[in-house]
Design a protein around this ligand. Structure first.
Ligand SMILES: [Zn+2]
Length: 165
């Protein structure tokens, strides 16, 4: 009985330490992150569709296999649908089979990340570096060379095909 109680207490202490570590780790400061482009809710609603607004500004997720960008295979750049910042290049796009546009890397300076503990999971959320618009999540089961899978809402992006030189 004493032993069982000891282990229960140890487990609680361990959980406490893990939670503390999460909040004290450097870089976990999404709430204080500031963005170059900021707009009021009304201003965002004026330039985004309802679905885009729900995803970019309220972190909603589009239904899988609904984005035309899933099958986009042309060369070009994927920009943030909110502020036009180039965030993903066609060279890093791959077919993950998940139903969401997927990339193994972002354009340098394109995205920011933070830990997302919603839905009883710990995931890495990614968003536009310039306006903070939510894109999707980054997972560790992607292809080489990075091993990352950026699982992105197609509605959060706009594709700009490369122009023939
Ligand atoms: Zn943006």
């Amino acid at each position: 009985m004493t032993t069982r109680r000891f282990f229960l207490l140890s487990g609680t202490a361990l959980l406490g330490a893990t939670v503390l570590d999460r909040f004290t780790r450097p870089g976990f400061a999404a709430e204080t992150e500031t963005f170059e482009v900021t707009k009021t809710e009304a201003e965002w609603k004026a330039i985004l569709t309802d679905d885009q607004f729900r995803i970019l500004r309220q972190e909603d997720t589009e239904r899988p296999f609904t984005s035309a960008l899933n099958n986009e295979k042309r060369k070009g750049v994927f920009q943030c649908a909110g502020c036009d910042l180039p965030v993903y290049a066609s060279e890093t796009k791959f077919d993950s089979g998940t139903g969401w546009p997927s990339f193994w890397d972002a354009i340098e300076g394109g995205i920011g990340t933070r830990e997302d503990t919603s839905l009883f999971m710990t995931r890495v959320e990614c968003h536009c570096h310039r306006c903070g618009g939510h894109f999707g999540h980054v997972f560790d089961d992607g292809p080489q060379p990075t091993g990352k899978r950026h699982c992105i809402n197609g509605l959060a992006l706009k594709f700009v095909p490369a122009t023939a030189a």
